[in-house]
Design a protein around this ligand. Structure first.
Ligand code: PEP
Length: 253
């Protein structure tokens, strides 16, 4: 019912040539399944976005931004609007990635404005949530995720929230080589779906895709994807290696 979705977050990596060749290799590797059996997106750095969109023009792979600003235009030096991402050819945008929450110090309120602006600008936001290791150890995972989701989705109508994908990314698993076990991921994903059902209704909860992120690799993708509430993967480091990322996508169908 929910089509699987795998997105590759390149973060602040690649250069012009490697961004083009990586995009082309991934597109060739998954040409028989992308779009039809699985949604695939690449999230390159802003400066390489147009190269990547060009390289993917004959594929069924979508492109997304790693961040967006909430204002539509104006004197916001260094920022990029939803309209600009849309105009460049983007479909998706990450909002509230843990590196932006914890390094750049983005708040739930700012992230909520970004999610709303993304939808208004015609993009599909991927709202990232996740607990720190100390929060998990203190049994605060549910409380943290609940707060991030309630605040991240605040003010969104039922119609608008259907544009949102949620990515559960435990911070302790991002870029560390430690991944949540499939059972740990399922526990939180199930809780998130229940939360969305309570905030909206069962229909919205059934439709909403919830991705897992945190050291996803070719050898753990299938077991994570085997969980009933894991609808896809948000992949960081492993999305920079074409063959590894292709294997992850194939294992997620
Ligand atoms: C991410 O950046 O969203 C991520 C999940 O990174 P990694 O796969 O490298 O842990």
């Amino acid at each position: 019912m929910r089509k699987p979705f795998v997105a590759g977050n390149w973060k602040m990596n690649t250069d012009s040539l490697t961004s083009i060749s990586l995009a082309r290799t991934v597109a060739e590797g998954v040409a028989d399944i992308a779009g039809e059996k699985i949604d695939v997106a690449l999230l390159p750095p802003f400066v390489y976005m147009c190269y990547v969109i060009g390289a993917l023009s004959t594929s069924h792979i979508a492109v997304g931004g790693q961040d967006v600003y909430f204002e539509p235009k104006g004197a916001f030096t260094g920022e990029i609007s939803a309209a600009m991402l849309k105009d460049a050819g983007c479909t998706y945008v990450l909002c509230g990635h843990s590196e932006r929450r914890h390094i750049i110090k983005e708040t739930d309120e700012l992230i909520n404005k970004k999610v709303s602006a993304a939808i208004l600008g015609g993009l599909l936001p991927i709202l990232c949530v996740g607990e720190l290791l100390e929060e998990r150890k203190a049994n605060k995972t549910d409380e943290v995720i609940k707060r991030q989701i309630e605040r991240g989705l605040a003010g969104l109508s039922e119609e608008k929230v259907l544009a949102v994908t949620i990515a559960y990314e435990p911070v302790w698993a991002i870029g560390t080589g430690l991944n949540a076990t499939p059972a740990q991921a399922q526990e939180v994903h199930g809780m998130i779906r229940g939360l969305v059902a309570g905030l909206y209704n069962g229909g919205v909860a059934d439709e909403m895709r919830i991705l897992y992120g945190g050291s996803a690799k070719a050898d753990n993708a299938a077991s994570l994807m085997g969980q009933s509430d894991v609808d896809g993967l948000l992949v960081g480091g492993a999305s920079l290696k074409a063959e590894e990322f292709i294997s992850i996508i194939k294992a997620s169908v």
